[in-house]
Design a protein around this ligand. Structure first.
Ligand SMILES: [Zn+2]
Length: 212
């Protein structure tokens, strides 16, 4: 070998990763994925979110662990460890306004060869998930899957902003029970008492200032 023929296909593209090779040679990869690249995740982001395209950072690490095999011997078996961090805007189910939800995923997967193998796999360790590996594994798809699984059952603010607003503007009389506008439009005070307009009319009404 005299020259590197460029990056081997399947090693650098997180959409087409040779997962078995990744684990066997203990590789690491990291990157950033945006919500706009994750269509099912984007579905969860409300249209009025301040930012619909937030980013997640991810790190993946391949390893092997010796395990007893069917034939009674011990052999190295492929594992993947993955961490995902970031935030996405979701719709609060209490006040129906967008809020920023943080995601922190740290998952370990035992990589198996086939779907059938995955179903048979003895899950004695519940911290380990089982995934079917491939030579063109879509890591981004797995990241999206993990994020969807990490969605809160009932997305909501820890404290909805209405609480603050009604405390601040508590002198408004309206008994605090108002839902602050169903459509989320800000309450415009519709006072047409423009001080300049008042000044204008004052000028006009002024009796002529002419001196004789
Ligand atoms: Zn809320």
């Amino acid at each position: 070998m005299t020259q590197h023929p460029g990056k081997p296909a399947g090693l650098s593209d997180p959409h087409e990763l040779d997962l078995f090779e990744f684990a066997r040679s203990g590789r690491q990869a990291a990157g950033i994925v945006r919500v706009s690249q994750l269509p099912r995740m984007l579905n969860e982001v409300p249209a009025d979110a301040p930012d619909r395209d937030t980013a997640f950072t991810w790190q993946a690490e391949g390893t092997t662990q010796p395990e007893l095999q069917d034939d009674g011997t011990e052999g190295p078996q492929p594992y993947l460890r993955m961490a995902i961090h970031g935030a996405a805007w979701l719709e609060c189910q209490r006040c129906l306004r967008p809020y920023s939800q943080t995601f922190n995923v740290d998952a370990t997967y035992r990589i198996v060869n086939t779907e059938a193998e995955a179903e048979e796999f003895p899950l004695d360790e519940d911290e380990v998930e089982v995934i079917v590996g491939s030579r063109q594994f879509d890591l981004i798809d797995l990241i999206e899957e993990e994020l969807l699984l990490s969605l809160p059952l009932v997305p909501k603010h820890e404290v909805c902003p209405e609480v603050h607003e009604s405390l601040v503007s508590g002198t408004d009389g309206s008994e605090g029970e108002d839902e602050a506008g169903e459509g989320g439009e800000p309450e415009q005070s519709d006072e047409r008492t423009n001080p300049f307009a008042a000044l204008e009319s004052l000028k006009r009404d002024e009796p002529g200032d002419k001196k004789h």
